[in-house]
Design a binder for this molecule. Structure first.
Ligand code: FE2
Ligand code: FE2
Length: 200
């Protein structure tokens, strides 16, 4: 059973300040959905730091704003090499862009550094460093298992919903927390039913 999400109006100013950076890679859909998963994970893990996890998930992908994927592809780089370079770049750009967002919305240096530490390496660091980091990683992934996540990913990866749902089955075990794994499996079952994947 999912825990109810707590109220989050204290982050509204950060949302508004970061909004211009969210019009890339469907982040204006991914980030709100992952933010909601983060609130549920926080309710299930009260020992985590709610501000750091909430701000880190809100800002973790704003670095994509700085990266013109089409331009990169047009320049003729190999897809795998550039994919990994671009992954590092979206993290470092996220760290760079998040500082003025948090400063201007009144957050202190300790919070800014803790958020930056999570953003920097959220996709590329092999192992998360602590619970806050683990919850951000799970929130980042959980939206994929929803109908919306499958819908967006089918366009990105040129797959059918059935193909992508089958791929997701293998990703459930990759979540960091037991809570995250349980919710991913539950969400994927609901998505399969909603999209009639037992038939098509
Ligand atoms: Fe990312
Ligand atoms: Fe993400």
């Amino acid at each position: 059973m999912q825990m109810p999400a707590p109220p989050t109006a204290r982050y509204d100013a950060v949302w508004r300040r970061a909004e211009p950076y969210m019009r890339a890679r469907k982040n204006d859909v991914h980030v709100p959905l992952s933010f909601d998963w983060a609130q549920r994970l926080l309710a299930a893990h009260p020992e985590a730091d709610a501000d750091i996890v909430s701000l880190a998930i809100l800002l973790h992908d704003i670095g994509w704003y700085s990266i013109d994927m089409e331009d990169i592809i047009e320049k003729g780089f190999g897809p795998n090499m550039m994919q990994s370079d671009v992954r590092f770049l979206h993290e470092s750009e996220g760290v760079r862009l998040s500082r003025p967002v948090l400063e201007e919305t009144g957050w202190g240096e300790d919070t800014i550094r803790a958020v930056a530490e999570i953003i920097d390496g959220h996709d590329t660091r092999p192992h998360p460093r602590h619970l806050n980091d683990r919850l951000v990683r799970d929130a980042d992934k959980l939206w994929r298992f929803s109908v919306t996540g499958v819908s967006v990913a089918c366009d990105w990866f040129k797959m059918t919903p059935r193909q992508y749902a089958d791929r997701l089955e293998h990703q459930v075990a990759q979540l960091e927390t037991e809570t995250g794994r349980a919710w991913a499996a539950q969400e994927l079952r609901a998505t399969r039913a909603a999209l009639m994947l037992h038939v098509i």
